[in-house]
Structures are given as C-alpha cells and as structure tokens.
Design a protein around this ligand. Structure first.
Ligand SMILES: [Zn+2]
Ligand SMILES: [Zn+2]
Length: 81
C-alpha cells in the first residue's frame, strides 16, 4: 500500500510511517517518534530533523532513502544551537 500526500509529491509505504503535512516541511518519518521529535523541540514549528540532538549531542534522526529514521536510543531531544 502506498500513501500519498495531498500537498506534495511524496509517497511512502507502511502504516507506521508518519508524513508531516505542515507548510514548508513535508518530511516523512519512520515512526511517530521522529515526527514527535521534530514537532516538540520547537513547539508549534517543525524543526529540521538534522538539527535534533540527544542530550549528549548525538544526532537523533538520520535520513535514509528519503525517510527520517531514529538513530539512537536517546529519548531526549533538543535543537542544536
Ligand atoms: Zn506532503
Ligand atoms: Zn513537520
């Protein structure tokens, strides 16, 4: 099953993935974790997933085949300065 977005050309498969349909974002995440992370670091805005860091400074998400997936086990995330 292929999912599509009404606001961009993205397609993705799998029901566990999350696509953000916010203006200027339209990123696809491997799970709700990444989606929540990019929305919670700056409430009300979408944070660039590449800028999200765990508390010890490691990247939280990585882009693989057009999808942002969780890298480490850290639950804490913040936007890199
Ligand atoms: Zn979209
Ligand atoms: Zn977003």
């Amino acid at each position: 099953m292929t999912n599509t977005c009404s606001g961009c050309p993205s397609t993705w498969t799998g029901t566990t993935k999350c696509h953000c349909s916010a203006v200027g974002c339209h990123r696809t995440f491997g799970s709700i974790f990444g989606f929540d992370a990019h929305r919670q670091a700056e409430p009300g805005h979408c944070t660039d997933p590449a800028a999200l860091r765990t508390k010890d400074g490691r990247p939280v998400l990585e882009l693989r085949d057009g999808i942002w997936i969780r890298r480490g086990a850290g639950d804490y995330f913040s936007k890199a300065p």
